[in-house]
Design a protein around this ligand. Structure first.
Ligand SMILES: [Zn+2]
Length: 284
């Protein structure tokens, strides 16, 4: 993805230095699977009220090289957030509405949100309660090193997915979901949760479509990177990794194929009106 030299968003709350300032060491593949299952299976924000307490394991100050890489990731996140602002401001104003830009909180290890206390193990999430996106930059390292979902555009896809949840907050979809959560069984609710997640993937695709038109951001293979990430982080893949079998009842984000399908549909059409996953017969 071409990203250097572009505007960085100012809607970023950088709390990386506040929560300790060291890099957590270790964790291993089991830690990553726990992390991913918590993020992708339990849902972005539902998991964080009972976030795993921070382990007091060994911590290291970052080397100069690690710090440089971390700051570069932070710049990248700010540029992608600015790209989402430009695209969604345009789409909203074309529809006669005003886009309220979300704040993105960058943290390390743990953070307090209106949805509860979150640790690095929570993964990136959106909290509708304070309309903020939360990202621990170490998640991107895990995507690259342990998930085989490498590439900067794969990271952009994750950010655009979380911003997609913000769009769902602004247009009332997540509030409706909250009401459903009160009166449906967990299994029934999960079906809606999948639709919500796939719609966020779709909205990430819509963003990519328009960002490309406005700013020519894509390089060869970028879309493959996003599709690969969508494929790698589908619930079926993650559950297989974690427990060796697939349990469809507890899916909340959709299968790999579904995530790829909806991201692609958003990217190809760029048309928000085609993303009604709630009415899609194949998802009922
Ligand atoms: Zn999500």
């Amino acid at each position: 993805m071409k990203w250097t030299g572009r505007r960085e968003s100012s809607n970023v709350d950088d709390r990386r230095g506040i929560s300790g300032g060291g890099l957590a060491v270790g964790g291993g593949i089991i830690g990553v699977i726990v992390l991913l299952v918590r993020f992708f299976v339990l849902g972005d924000s539902s998991a964080i009220n009972d976030a795993i307490p921070q382990q007091g394991g060994p911590q290291q100050e970052m080397s100069a090289e690690e710090k440089k890489l971390d700051d570069e990731r932070a710049s990248f996140v700010k540029v992608v957030l600015a790209d989402t602002e430009d695209v969604w401001n345009q789409i909203f104003s074309q529809g006669g509405k005003k886009y309220v830009e979300p704040t993105l909180v960058m943290f390390r290890q743990s953070v307090q949100s209106a949805c509860g206390m979150a640790g690095a193990a929570t993964g990136p999430f959106y909290c509708p309660g304070d309309q903020q996106v939360y990202i621990d930059l170490s998640f991107f390292e895990d995507m690259q090193n342990k998930l085989n979902a490498s590439g900067d555009f794969a990271m952009a896809y994750v950010i655009a997915h979380e911003v997609g949840h913000h769009i769902q907050k602004l247009n009332g979809t997540s509030d409706k979901m909250n009401q459903l959560r009160q009166r449906l069984s967990e299994e029934e609710y999960n079906k809606y949760s999948v639709k919500l997640e796939l719609q966020a993937d779709f909205l990430a695709g819509v963003w990519a479509h328009h960002a490309q038109k406005m700013k020519n951001i894509l390089e060869e293979n970028d879309i493959d990177e996003a599709l690969n990430a969508a494929n790698a982080i589908g619930d079926d893949r993650l559950q297989k990794q974690a427990q060796g079998r697939v349990v469809p009842e507890s899916f909340t984000h959709g299968t790999s194929a579904q995530r790829v399908y909806w991201f692609k549909k958003g990217f190809e059409t760029g048309d928000v009106s085609q993303g009604n996953t709630f009415q899609d017969p194949s998802l009922n």
